[in-house]
Design a protein around this ligand. Structure first.
Ligand code: IMP
Length: 428
């Protein structure tokens, strides 16, 4: 039985939630291993639409054990809010396990995230303002607060004091804000301890034991390859490892345990926040993709930037993740287009590049080299077999497969759970 990692192969919002939700009842554990409530999964089950930010989408499937791994940064208020909302809607959330080593997002880091962005002005990253960056920075600077610290008041106080010694200087002297009070921060965090305690576990041990016992474990990445702190378009990235390697460091399982790595990729491209995006469209085609694809942020409501499919990005994501499969989503959004351009390479100052340039300036100058494919006008949302797609849609998928670095195993043709064409079993 496999350990499967699901990652985003573009700039996020590819539909990873739906992909993992689909494997649903065949999976025993779903693990979130990076990021925090900067993520946004929309999962549609029947008439119900769920927008999850922090919890792994596996929480919606009865029988699945959802896990928040050590690589995640947790805003405990948001965690409880999401659990309450789901409980109210009849979802059983009692199986959730949270790593004792996951870091906590304290309120002062939410403040710092927002004021830093304002301070950066036109150099801003366009973060979600949830305190993600400052909390990962604290982790690496060794002044972070972990979930387990909430169960020992004296240790928690020492750690908050240590963190605030420098941060308050920055808040007051650089940003002209009020200093955070140690007592208030400690008191606020302690209020969460009792409710959190039963969920907290040695999740690394549990996951390794589950794999030993032949259970199926799905590792669900937040964000995506192009937002990965190492492999993305730095510095316009998130602050965690959103590629497959992050599944190991962020959950405590070794690389030799992973059987499959599935990249989720949209049939076109989107990005939120700042940073390079070579196939970005500023014309009515871009508006068409945004409107038809409902491309507005789940977390922030921001309109997403839209563009054509970029096969250079797909090949890069395939490489840095070691993808075994691609899940192509939202093919139905392209219905009605006469011709569909696909970026097959970049032109950088007159030179053709077939692979991602390592030089960031080159990437900022890269313009797409397009190949155009024939579109289709038939409604494809009811199609469930690849052969029943219009010939032009089949051909579009097969052409993408040739140039994207991994086989396309599943195709999304609509928002519903069932609106999917399966070509290869992701757990087989
Ligand atoms: P942060 O993760 O809030 O620090 O934001 C850093 C960058 O990652 C910004 O450009 C965000 O818009 C982007 N980002 C973070 N989470 C997501 C996501 O789930 N989908 C798409 N973009 C995201």
């Amino acid at each position: 039985m496999p350990a499967v990692v699901v990652v985003g192969a573009q700039w996020g919002d590819e539909g990873k939630g739906k992909a993992t939700d689909q494997l649903g009842s065949r999976v025993d554990y779903v693990v979130k291993f990076n990021g925090g409530n900067n993520a946004g999964h929309t999962v549609v089950v029947g008439d119900e639409k769920y927008a999850l930010h922090l919890l792994p989408s596996g929480i919606l499937t009865p029988g699945v054990v959802p896990v928040i791994g050590n690589g995640v940064v947790v805003d405990v208020d948001v965690l409880f809010q999401e659990l309450d909302d789901l409980t109210e809607r009849g979802v059983d959330v009692s199986k959730l396990r949270v790593s004792a080593n996951a870091h906590v997002i304290p309120s002062y880091n939410r403040t710092l995230d927002k004021v830093t962005e304002r301070f950066l002005g036109k150099r801003q990253i366009g973060t979600t303002g949830r305190g993600i960056g400052p909390t990962y920075a604290d982790k690496m600077s060794r002044v972070g607060l972990r979930i387990q610290d909430l169960f020992d008041e004296s240790i928690l106080r020492q750690k908050v004091e240590a963190a605030l010694e420098l941060k308050n200087q920055i808040l007051v002297k650089v940003y002209n804000r009020r200093a955070a009070a140690v007592d208030e921060v400690v008191a606020e965090l302690l209020t969460h301890a009792e409710r959190l305690r039963p969920m907290v576990a040695d999740t690394a041990l549990e996951l390794n034991e589950a794999l030993d016992a032949g259970k199926t474990v799905l590792f669900e990445a937040g964000q995506a390859a192009m937002l990965d702190v190492d492999h993305g378009t730095y510095p316009f990235v998130t602050s965690s490892s959103a590629t497959a390697g992050g599944a190991c460091t962020g959950s405590g399982i070794g690389p030799t345990r992973i059987d499959r790595v599935v990249g989720v990729i949209k049939a076109y491209a989107t990005r939120v926040g700042e940073g390079p995006f070579p196939t970005e469209l500023f014309d009515e085609s871009g508006d068409f993709l945004r409107t038809t694809g409902g491309e507005f942020g789940t977390t922030t409501g921001r309109p997403r930037r839209t563009g054509w499919y970029d096969a250079v990005v797909a090949r890069y994501a395939s490489r840095v993740n070691g993808l075994t499969d691609l899940v192509l989503t939202k093919l139905d959004v392209l219905t009605g287009l006469e011709r569909i351009p696909v970026c097959v390479a970049y032109d950088v100052d007159g030179v053709r590049l077939d692979e991602m340039p390592t030089d960031q300036s080159a990437y900022h100058h890269a313009t797409p080299v397009y190949e155009e494919f024939e579109g289709w006008s038939e409604d494809i949302t009811g199609v469930r077999e690849f052969e029943d797609l219009p010939a032009a849609a089949q051909s579009y998928v097969l052409e993408l497969e040739k140039i994207s670095g991994a086989r396309i195993s599943s195709i999304g043709v609509g928002p519903d759970r069932e609106a999917t064409i399966i070509r290869h079993d992701l757990l087989g």
